[in-house]
Every structure is written in structure tokens, then in C-alpha cells.
Design a protein around this ligand. Sequence first.
Ligand SMILES: [Zn+2]
Length: 177
Amino acid sequence: MHYRSSLALLLLGLVGCTSNEPPAPVNMSTPPFTPAVTTVTKTDAEWRAQLTPEQYHVLREAGTERPNGKAYEEFKHQGSGSYVCGGCGAELFSSAHKFDSHCGWPSFYDPANATNVRTREDRAFGVTRTEVLCARCGGHLGHVFKGEGFNTPTDQRYCINGVSLKFVPKEAGKNAP
Ligand SMILES: [Zn+2]
């Protein structure tokens, strides 16, 4: 019971953000995701060895990190740079497209490299959403919502799990942490 109600709360958080009305599902007529597109393929054991348990749960099991978690706190304070896939290193998002949606998860209004980002319809939990995946390794990143009224150039919210991303500062090689 407790698990179920937590899940429901988490899901609501991922769906509705600024209004009481659920956002309209994104219809971008993207071709359905097929694993054949991925160029990075690893066995389940290899992914488990490479990723932290939380990264594995999100990237390989389509899990959702809790809102306002450690990764999100770090995200809020990161400067200019790129966000690459935590699984395979493909460039996915740019700090230039970050915005604060007050949702508790990293939000972008556009992918930096659209060819590395795939979407597909997700009907889990009886709700139709658009799942966002890394095109190179097939890792689950989050969901994208459209038409929520955010004052951004696209009015899209790529709601991404922080643990699925790795931040690469612009000045990497100089003062990289
Ligand atoms: Zn990837």
C-alpha cells in the first residue's frame, strides 16, 4: 500500500507541474523506438557493473529518481556545459536549454543533439506519456511534456532524471572537478 501511494505521488509529480490539468501528451510522430537503432549494447551484467544501483534502476529499468534528490541539487548549481548520457556518454542536452520548472527534476526545453534523443509512447500506470530515451544505448532518461505554458521557446519540458545524466563543464580539461 505504502509503495503504491508513493508511486502515485511520484507519477503525479512527473505529470502535472504547474497546473491541475494534466499536460497534453506530446505527439511528435516519432518513429517507434527499436533496440536495433542503438549502437551501444551491453549485457545486463555489464550495465550493473558500470552503473550505480540508482543509475541502473533509471537507465535500464525505466525507474524514476525521487524529486529534489541529490542529482537535482547538483544540477541546479551547475554552470555552462553539456549533459551526456550516464550510460554511454552520448551528448543529450546543453546547459543553454536548462530552465527551472520547479518540478524537482532537471528540465530542458530542447535536446542539444536531437539525433541522440529518441522518444516513444509510454502507457505505464494507465497514463499516456512520451518517454525520452538515449538513442545510442537505449537508456531511459525521463519524459517530455508539451503545452504546459512554460515561458520557453518550445513550451516543451524534457523532465529528465538527474542520475541518467553526466555533466561535462564547458571548461573541461582546465578546472574540471
Ligand atoms: Zn546512452
